[in-house]
Write a protein that binds this ligand. Sequence first.
Ligand code: ARG
Length: 261
Amino acid sequence: MCAPEYFAVEYAINPWMDVTTGVDVVLAVKQWDRLRDTLVGLGHEVHVLTPQAGLPDMVFAANGAFVVDGTVYGAQFKHEQRAAEAAAHRAFYQEHGWHFIAPSETNEGEGDFAYLPEAHGGLVLAGHGFRTELLAHAEAQEALGRPVVSLRLVDPRFYHLDVALASIDDGNVAYFPGAFSAASQRVLTQLFPDAVLADDEDALAFGLNLVSDGANVVLNSEATRLAGKLKAAGYTPVPVELAELKKGGGSVKCCIAELRP
Ligand code: ARG
């Protein structure tokens, strides 16, 4: 995770960002602190990156890389404004002894990649259409040695996979069908017949931008119906308030890069 000390909306690279909206950094940091405390309280270990002035989106740590079984596939940001973030993530992984593979294709890390270790023997889901290039899906498959299933995102409000779909345990997902092309919806139905489906309102409240440890699902507090569906499916929803970061177009998952040793 990376604290939103320098968080701001200084440019607009997704439909959620409005440069005329002011950001309350003190509130953003407070809400982010609470998210981190929530994860620690659930027994998870949280490493933090040092935020850098001039990189207002660095709080969205999920975009910095994608890790599967100790191998890190690095990010290469689509937009110039975020390009420098990749080096900070790379340095973290290299300093901590992870096997780092540098990308040559545009991809935004866990923003567009998800890993399901127990789905069909270990499956990577990958989004394309707005940020990550299809060629990066192939590159990730070669880097990580896992089959990568490409899913086409069609609604600009869901510009990253992780705002439209999330793994809720090692083998299942929750998603909003309307964010995907008709063909990709069919692929998802085939792969995950028992998926939890979110409605558009909960999806637009960033409900799917969640993190789950297989039991506890930490999600945006506004996605109340999704929380109910997850509860009915046997999970424990843990709502957190992250309204300030929503101004940048992100929520819970965007703030967290998962480390998979
Ligand atoms: N403002 C950031 C961008 O548009 C938000 C990134 C959200 N991160 C995510 N993993 N969805 O790049």
